[in-house]
Design a binder for this molecule. Structure first.
Ligand SMILES: [Cu+2]
Length: 305
């Protein structure tokens, strides 16, 4: 088990494991003679994380706006996520619902009551993003915490969100912070598909936007796994349908994993990878069926250069 399920769970674990084998800041250009808008410093949260480790450095209270993230896999592969919860729904309930969902998987997927718990978790939370660094890896990114309120930053390295989240208190007027410059954008869209740029930087910063809506609304995450040159989307989907063991197209080496971003939200990801072909995938369980999105076709071959 790789523990890369992202508040997600069950079947997804098997999927990711098999495949796992498988800010720069641009200052505001607007400077009217009388404009004296100053750019405020961006809060930075540094998270060392794995199954048994969760150490967060940085401020726990700040104004609304962009927040910079650093994630380091320490003691194993790790993941952390930032969410906000609807009034009256507690972090404990979120954990319970995700746990119920994960435990409900049988040979035919999750049970009805499991899916109900999953829906309750999704209906009562907004996912702002996070990072899932592998052991020793350092990933950077940023999220937009634009609304005042209480946010939960939690260890998402295992199937169920770990207890003892860090509480982030966001209050006051929205801060004017430097935007994060990105050189490419990937979009998770309806019916679990990828849109956006097919050429991404091997070293740089990308934007990840979730534009899913309506009945197809779902959280998604980014998983970039290197594949052999010439590998097609069909090769990857055929493997999910019929393959076992290690995918023949897999190339060992570093990958990039985000944690989940909910509908209408976006985050940035900053990383360094080898150049080459990669499969851009998401294994979040579909809210209707519990099937990981990649199995439903949320796979796109992209070129990193
Ligand atoms: Cu997805």
């Amino acid at each position: 088990m790789s523990g890369r399920t992202r508040m997600s769970v069950g079947v997804a674990v098997a999927a990711t494991t098999s495949l796992a084998l498988v800010g720069v800041s641009a200052g505001s250009a607007i400077s009217a003679p009388h404009a004296t808008k100053t750019i405020a410093a961006t809060p930075k949260l540094k998270v060392k994380v794995s199954k048994h480790k969760f150490k967060v450095h940085g401020p726990s209270a700040f104004q609304p706006g962009t927040v910079a993230l650093t994630g380091i896999g320490k003691g194993g592969n790790g993941a952390f996520e930032i969410v906000r919860l609807k009034h009256g729904y507690t972090y404990h309930q979120l954990r319970q619902d995700i746990k119920t969902f994960g435990a409900s998987y049988g040979p035919k997927g999750p049970s009805k009551s499991g899916l109900k718990a999953f829906h309750r978790a999704l209906a009562n939370s907004t996912e702002y993003g996070g990072l899932a660094p592998s052991q020793g890896q350092k990933l950077r990114g940023s999220v937009k915490l634009n609304k005042a309120g209480t946010y939960y930053l939690f260890n998402d390295s295992t199937n169920t969100p770990k207890p003892h989240p860090v509480i982030l208190t966001v209050s006051g007027p929205k801060a004017h912070r430097a935007p994060v410059a990105t050189s490419a954008t990937v979009k998770a869209t309806k019916k679990a598909r990828w849109h956006g740029d097919k050429t991404l930087p091997a070293k740089g910063t990308i934007k990840f936007k979730n534009i899913s809506k309506g009945m197809h609304k779902s959280p998604h995450f980014v998983d970039l796994e290197r594949v052999k040159p010439g590998t097609t989307r069909k090769d990857v989907l055929d493997f999910f349908a019929n393959g076992h063991g290690r995918p023949p197209f897999a190339v060992p080496g570093p990958s990039v994993d985000s944690d989940i971003v909910g509908p209408h939200q976006s985050m940035t990801l900053r990383y360094k990878l080898h150049r080459g072909s990669y499969a851009l995938m998401c294994f979040f369980p579909d809210p209707m069926t519990g099937i990981p999105h990649a199995f439903m076709g949320m796979v796109r071959i992209v070129n990193l250069k």
